[in-house]
Design a protein around this ligand. Structure first.
Ligand code: NAD
Length: 494
């Protein structure tokens, strides 16, 4: 078993408390790595290193253009190491190698995009309405950033958070999920190889309530960027308020996939299945509510069921596996509990509905059958709460107005899918959805160029896209008077 260390101030170091915990491969059920258990003292050490890096030394004095070049170098190194890092992620979270390798191959684009942006962050000169004043604003890094990530796509979230943060000139302290820390700890070495000065990129592993909470509380951390559940997000939001930290939150969802009778049904069925069964449903953007027009409900339900039933469960490292294990024992139990709740509330299960039957291919792993419920009503918990598993609820609607009402009838607002050939309807639906992302005739698409984030309980702020950098900047206004003589009246606001 490999024993990992924190990465602080450009070096791998043991946890101060000399404690480690095991990381378990969800497919084999075996521990495969020892992860350092960080405490408040480790966090303090990392934040001190990050603060130092921002105050003194090469990072503080480097030109923006030079910082951008380091980011481009990191992009190339990540590209070279993509397959190795993807395999580590699969060992930690059990997601398919096809998905994780795809993410890792795409990952460098965030560093290239924001690396190119670094020396284009400009202030403004104001044509100020006062005589003899030169007035300008400049954009400065917000300060040390604490980043906390979820277990489903650990390194993708590092790119989403750290590329804009570092482009803004910040230094970061990352607390990865306790279930999937290994890839982030390995990745840190690449930042050193790329030439990042000591203290710019730090990783403290450990548990949320211990290391994570210490980071949120730390007085020298200016901003928290978090990806995780809305339950933890609310805790962090409240906790961060005590020290007036800036906060951005990427949280959960209960996203609708809305299928109209004028759509390409094969295309829609494939989009619906990928929306809910990809990554074993463990994605924030899972299209867990299928809203289908009643005129095609029976036919479409049959198609979706057939396609869902064809998904192959197995070893996530195999290229032909469609459904891997659930990442954590707690998540496995939660999914099975929700299946039980749905049945008890009167939903009818037409596919799956429990743990996968034992087979040699599935030993050790926590496998859930891809599950579909019909006869779901909008009040049922299965239609309202995030399951974070391969469980689809199907509900019917008659017309556009009812589709909009049902789609928005949720506390969440992360994403929505719309399937229609009618452009007018596509535009109306995109406008009417209370969601940060609307996909029309596609689903699960993301890009470094496209803002991503949630409305309502799905979060605060946006990642990716040019504007993402603003979350890591403060605007400073400077007034320079070149008037002769002092102020006429010192007691009056000028
Ligand atoms: P989680 O909330 O349990 O944990 C997320 C992170 O927060 C982990 O690093 C954890 O250690 C840390 N944490 C936990 N308690 C903490 C505390 N008290 N103080 C500080 N940090 C703490 O989430 P998870 O189970 O890892 O991930 C699944 C959730 O993430 C789902 O709800 C999913 O929808 C959401 N998610 C959102 C997005 C998005 O971009 N919107 C992407 C992926 C996952």
């Amino acid at each position: 078993m490999k024993t990992y260390q924190h990465y602080i101030d450009g070096q791998y170091v043991d946890p101060i408390g000399q404690r480690w915990f095991d990381s378990v491969d969800p497919y084999s059920g075996q521990a495969w790595a020892r992860i350092p258990q960080g405490c408040a003292k480790d966090v303090d050490r990392a934040v001190a290193a990050a603060s130092r890096a921002m105050r003194e030394g090469p990072w503080a004095t480097m030109t923006a253009t030079e910082r951008g070049k380091l980011m481009l170098r990191l992009a190339d190194l990540v590209a070279k190491n993509a397959q190795r890092l993807a395999e580590i992620e699969v060992r930690d979270n059990g997601k398919l190698i096809a998905e994780m390798a795809g993410q890792m191959n795409y990952h460098p684009e965030w560093w290239r995009y924001f690396g190119g942006l670094v020396d284009k962050i400009e202030g403004r000169v104001m044509p100020i309405d006062k005589p003899d004043i030169f007035a300008f604003s400049r954009q400065e890094p917000v300060g040390v950033v604490g980043a906390m990530t979820a277990w489903n796509s650990p390194l993708l979230f590092i790119a989403w958070k750290c590329a804009p943060a570092i482009a803004a000139g910040c230094a970061v302290v990352i607390k990865p999920s306790e279930f999937t820390s290994a890839s982030t700890l390995e990745y840190a070495a690449l930042t050193r190889e790329a030439g990042f000065p000591d203290g710019v990129f730090n990783v403290v592993a450990g548990y949320g309530p211990e290391a994570g909470a210490a980071l949120v509380d730390h007085p020298d951390v200016a901003k928290i960027t978090f990806t995780g559940s809305d339950t933890t997000g609310k805790l962090i939001y409240a906790q961060a308020a005590r020290s007036m930290k800036r906060v951005s939150l990427e949280l959960g969802g209960k996203s609708p996939n809305i299928v109209f009778d004028d759509c390409d049904l094969d295309q829609a069925a494939s989009g619906v299945i990928s929306g809910i069964f990809a990554a074993t449903g463990q994605t924030c953007i899972a299209g867990s509510r299928l809203l289908v027009q009643n005129s095609i409900r029976e036919d479409f339900t049959r198609r979706v069921k057939e396609l869902g039933a064809s998904a192959r469960k197995g070893n996530p490292m195999s290229a032909d596996t469609n459904i891997g294990p659930v990442t954590t024992p707690a998540q496995y139990k939660k999914i099975l509990d929700y299946i039980g709740i749905a049945k008890a509330e009167g939903a009818r299960c037409i596919l799956g509905g429990g743990p996968a039957a034992a087979s040699p291919e599935l030993t050790g792993g926590q496998f859930v059958e891809p599950t579909i419920f019909v006869d779901v009503t909008p009040q049922m918990r299965i239609a309202r709460e995030e399951v974070f598993g391969p469980v689809l609820s199907i509900m019917g609607f008659d017309d556009e107005a009812q589709a909009v009402q049902m789609a928005n009838d949720t506390i969440y607002g992360l994403a929505a899918g719309v399937w229609t050939q009618d452009m007018g309807r596509a535009m109306r639906m995109s406008k009417a959805m209370k969601a940060g992302t609307v996909w029309v005739n596609t689903y699960r698409a993301v890009s470094f160029m496209m803002p991503f984030g949630g409305m309502k309980h799905s979060g605060i702020g946006r990642e990716s896209g040019i504007a993402a950098i603003e979350g890591f900047l403060e605007t400073k206004s400077t007034w320079i008077s070149y008037a002769k003589g002092g102020p006429a009246n010192p007691f009056v606001l000028r």
